[in-house]
Design a protein around this ligand. Structure first.
Ligand code: PBG
Length: 327
């Protein structure tokens, strides 16, 4: 029955009424905080394009992880910033590498906090690409798989609860699954960055990790932003190779694909609210163009509403703090 019998505004009359019928709400335990672990930093090094985010020495990473645990966040996601890089990215599987040491230290300091590790080579290669580069400058897919599997295994040995490959090579989920299984880590889940687009929104991250490709770009492995059906195919392939969870990245401009991938795979889905999305909000807030708490709440809620079970965001700690204030 339509107007005047039906009046949608009846359920919007008070905060209590609106609270009663709210469909989607933020929860700290569904938020993941990314952390940059630096081998060279002696103190936190602020990242200019990401106000409030720093490259952290090991001791500060542990401190941040403890805070994340106290705030009730779901997990931290670790990225390594090595002191030295080489052509292969060998720092990525160094048992004494930044991510490996940080993982082990966090599991001691905050045992209940989940540690997710980013599995990729680009932060560790001197050319900045996510795989093995051939003489002609192209990235060799199959030669890269073995290296990625080794990286994931080294993270699992360090105590990672979840490994998250972000390289976009074909077949990496299967390669990592079989390596983990053969090393006795059959229970370590894989969160696959399944639909990862070649995006301008990674700009600040590449500053943070000094991982801008020295030549070319990542469009021969990351996805074309125009392609939605292909994103679903990527996610289904990762699922078939054994991915336990899938990811859509970036998040804000890809809400349609969060919904489509969720529906097609029925797997737990993570949306990555990436560095450029964070930087845009911070810049607008600093300029006085919008109110931070409301804007961030609206953005992260929209990702859950689109179908994300998990949201990875540099805003995570702030949001958890805000949630605890209103509770
Ligand atoms: C690659 C990786 C990137 C991000 C996460 N993992 C950068 C890239 O592909 O260039 C981006 C995260 C962000 O922008 O916040 N290891």
């Amino acid at each position: 029955m339509a107007f005047p019998t039906t009046r949608m505004r009846r359920l919007r009359t008070s905060a209590a009424m609106r609270g009663l019928v709210r469909e989607t709400e933020l929860r700290a335990d569904r938020l993941v905080l990314p952390l940059f672990v630096s081998e060279a930093a002696r103190a936190p090094e602020p990242i200019e394009s990401m106000p409030g985010v720093s490259r952290l020495p090991l001791s500060s990473v542990v401190e941040q992880a403890r805070e994340a645990a106290e705030l009730g966040l779901g997990a931290v996601l670790l990225f390594g910033v090595p002191a030295e890089k080489d052509a292969e990215g060998s720092g990525a599987w160094d048992e004494q590498g930044a991510v490996q040491l940080a993982t082990a230290a966090i599991k001691v300091a905050a045992p209940d906090l989940l540690v997710i590790t980013d599995v990729c080579l680009c932060e560790y290669t001197d050319h900045g690409h996510c795989g093995v580069v051939r003489g002609d400058g192209s990235v060799d897919n199959d030669a890269t798989l073995e290296l990625l599997a080794g990286v994931a295994a080294s993270h699992a040995r360090a105590g990672a609860d979840i490994v998250a490959p972000s390289d976009m090579m074909d077949g990496r989920v299967g390669a990592i699954r079989s390596e983990l299984d053969s090393e006795g880590y059959g229970e370590t889940p894989i969160l696959a960055y399944s639909a990862k687009f070649a995006s301008a929104f990674y700009g600040p991250f590449r500053d943070a990790a000094s991982s801008t490709p020295a030549f070319g770009d990542r469009r021969s492995y990351q996805m074309d932003p125009g392609n939605g059906r292909e994103a679903v195919r990527e996610a289904l392939l990762d699922a078939a190779e054994g991915a336990d969870m899938v990811m859509v990245k970036p998040a804000l401009a890809y809400g349609d694909l969060i919904a489509a991938v969720k529906q097609a795979t029925r797997l737990p889905l993570a949306a990555y609210n990436v560095s450029g999305e964070y930087a845009m909000v911070k810049a607008a807030v600093a300029a006085g163009y919008m109110e931070e708490r409301a804007a961030v709440g609206e953005i992260l809620t929209s990702l859950h509403r689109a179908g994300a079970d998990i949201v990875i965001s540099y805003h995570s700690k702030d949001v958890a703090q805000w949630l605890s204030q209103t509770a």
